[in-house]
Design a protein around this ligand. Structure first.
Ligand SMILES: C[S@@+](CC[C@H](N)C(=O)[O-])C[C@H]1O[C@@H](n2cnc3c(N)ncnc32)[C@H](O)[C@@H]1O
Length: 215
């Protein structure tokens, strides 16, 4: 939000950073945390975690990750991240400011890009997908863990709540069709699991969790 930003982030970022870490913890305890552990098990080598937030995924990057780069544009969440660095298993790590749609990294410099609950928040998710593809080495993988629009009555609900959700959740679009975006990108889908977000009733917050390859 131009003109609204100062050293502590935009008003929208500050608001999000106030409620997300505590309310998100409920879903972590309900099974998100276990899902992250299982899903991130295939991360390896130099790994970029996009939109790391307050660090719910941080302890789940496995020991096969040699370098963990955590990109997070919200200054308050970067401060939270500093508090969980003792739980990082990778020998080398860094926290960087940046935008998933304009990654500050050279081409083909990562083995894994991981994103959880990120693409819903981006104004131009197709640009961020192209950026993730650009920074991955051939053979590298994008590990995604995203909430997506539902079907039937839930799809209608997701359309209706999107304007409000965008305001209160730092740009989050519950009506996003992540798999459609992926299909139109240069990635090749490797596998995908569809399941409800742990701790939520079936259909309300559908997740797609899987991997896509950069050939
Ligand atoms: C719903 S949170 C998810 C945080 C974390 N990945 C998780 O799984 O808990 C979305 C995150 O994306 C970040 N984000 C928003 N816009 C971004 C952008 N343009 N580039 C990178 N990250 C962004 C937000 O600051 C926030 O940390």
């Amino acid at each position: 939000m131009a003109g609204d930003r100062h050293d502590h982030g935009t008003r929208r970022q500050r608001f999000f950073a106030r409620w997300y870490p505590s309310s998100g913890q409920r879903f972590e305890d309900a099974g998100q945390s276990a899902l992250r552990e299982r899903h991130l098990a295939r991360a390896r080598g130099r790994t970029l975690d996009l939109g790391t937030g307050n660090g719910f995924s941080v302890p789940h990057h496995p020991t096969t990750v040699t370098d963990l780069v955590m990109l997070e544009p919200n200054p308050r969440l970067r401060a939270d991240l500093q508090r969980v660095t003792s739980r990082i298993r990778a020998p080398r790590w860094e926290i960087v400011d940046g935008d998933a749609a304009a990654l500050p990294f050279a081409d083909a410099t990562f083995d894994t890009v991981a994103a959880s609950l990120l693409f819903c928040s981006l104004p131009a998710p197709e640009v961020a997908l192209a950026e993730a593809h650009r920074v991955l080495r051939p053979g590298g993988e994008l590990l995604f863990h995203e909430h997506v629009r539902g079907t039937g009555v839930h799809r209608v609900l997701h359309e209706v709540i999107t304007p409000v959700q965008r305001l209160v959740a730092d740009g989050c679009h519950p009506n996003r069709d992540f798999l459609g975006l992926l299909e139109r990108s240069s990635f090749r889908l490797v596998d995908v699991e569809r399941l409800p977000m742990p701790g939520t009733p079936t259909g309300l917050v559908p997740l797609v969790v899987g991997a896509a390859a950069r050939d």
